[in-house]
Design a protein around this ligand. Structure first.
Ligand SMILES: Cc1ncc(COP(=O)(O)O)c(C=O)c1O
Length: 369
């Protein structure tokens, strides 16, 4: 039924892991034709921004497994978590609806940006139930309340999807992504990359890739660029998530080997994170500008801008001389301006109005909505 390389290599996984097809795979790979720096570096881009027709980005790969599991368990609704402008919460809302599930987004404050407005309006447009809490303890209480409310209403609890979709099962989506990359290397779409750069938010993307690369025999090093504080991104979590995802795959198909954590192929980079989650800096804005002018891609300041800034810095320092680097583009690039044009923000719960009534942060380079 499915052409996922993961299922072709390990057919028992197809039998044992519930999966729903949502993405358009494989995603294309593009070569950056204009040199980004004076140094001799080959740069390719994995266009996961085009991973699905409606809403691309990295989340859809995880949701194929996460929603597969929710549906196989008979769920009627899914509940997930994120910051106010969470791409993950929006992707969950869009694909939950597509598969007949309701979605509940439990959201926390973040520094204001145009993309938050867009995502909130789109989430509302696709029927997500949106809740905003000032603090984590308040959100925790909100979870108890909303769980009970939905239990009474639906006769069962919502299926919980963790922040960023980075459970072991969500991470499997990126194990498949690495096998997809391996196939593209074999087909001559790109040479075997020496390293790949991706944002690390809740770590499912970088850890799924690390495990999939190890399983596929590619020697590509994963450069995980921190965009969130602990506990969302930590070295300990990297290892724990890797081992849990590896154990899950091995249990579901013993042909999938247990592979020790590839210490020397994983690097966690911290220096582009400051001053904090969702805050744009001059360096990030410059990276966004150069991604557009040299590589023709549209990235943003919270995730992809930081990962691209790390790649640029390494290319400029000479650290990548003579090497092939792959930038994993994790941000949706489909425009949904039309869908949100008719949505009035005042129809959203009033806790969200401030994102529309207060100024966005000064360095936000995106167009006003
Ligand atoms: C655009 C974008 N890139 C990267 C990430 C990070 O992915 P992960 O949470 O798997 O580390 C996210 C997560 O929210 C995202 O929205």
């Amino acid at each position: 039924m499915s052409q996922l390389p993961l299922f072709e290599h390990y057919p028992l996984l197809l039998k044992n892991l519930p999966h729903v097809s949502l993405a358009q795979l494989p995603t294309p790979v593009a070569r950056v034709e204009h040199p980004l720096t004076g140094h001799d570096v080959e740069i390719y881009i994995k266009r996961d921004d085009l991973s699905a027709a409606v809403y691309g980005g990295n989340k859809v790969r995880k949701l194929e497994f996460l929603l597969g599991r929710a549906l196989s368990g008979g769920a009627k609704a899914v509940m997930t978590f994120g910051a106010a402008g969470s791409n993950h919460a929006l992707a969950t809302a869009i694909y939950a609806r597509q598969t007949g599930l309701k979605s509940i987004s439990m959201l926390l404050p973040q520094p204001n940006a145009q993309s938050i407005r867009r995502n909130l309006l789109m989430g509302f447009h696709v029927g997500a139930e949106l809740h905003h809490y000032e603090t984590q303890p308040q959100l925790n209480l909100g979870v108890v309340y909303q769980m009970q409310r939905h239990l009474i209403r639906d006769g069962r609890l919502p299926h919980v999807i963790p922040p960023g979709g980075s459970s072991p099962i969500g991470t499997v989506g990126f194990v498949n992504a690495a096998l997809e990359l391996k196939r593209q290397v074999e087909e001559g779409v790109l040479p075997e990359p020496d390293c790949l750069y991706a944002a690390s938010g809740t770590m499912g993307t970088v850890i799924g890739l690390l495990l999939g690369l190890a399983a596929s025999g590619l020697r590509t090093r994963v450069v995980a660029v921190r965009v969130t504080p602990p506990p969302y991104t930590t070295a300990e979590k990297a290892r724990a998530l890797y081992e849990m995802a590896n154990g899950l795959l091995h249990d579901a198909d013993s042909q999938f080997p247990i592979i020790p954590f590839p210490e020397n192929r994983f690097e966690l980079r911290d220096e582009f994170f400051s001053p904090g989650y969702g805050v744009f800096t001059e360096t990030i804005v410059e990276a966004i500008r150069r991604a557009k002018s040299s590589a023709g891609i549209k990235i943003e300041g919270t995730y992809t801008g930081k990962a691209f800034a790390a790649l640029l810095a390494d290319a400029e320092s000479g650290a990548l001389r003579g090497k092939t680097a792959l930038f994993w583009h994790t941000y949706n690039s489909h425009d949904f301006t039309k869908e949100i044009a008719q949505v009035d923000y005042r129809a959203l719960p009033k806790e969200f109005h401030r994102y529309f009534e207060e100024e966005v942060q000064a360095l936000d380079p995106s167009e006003r909505i």
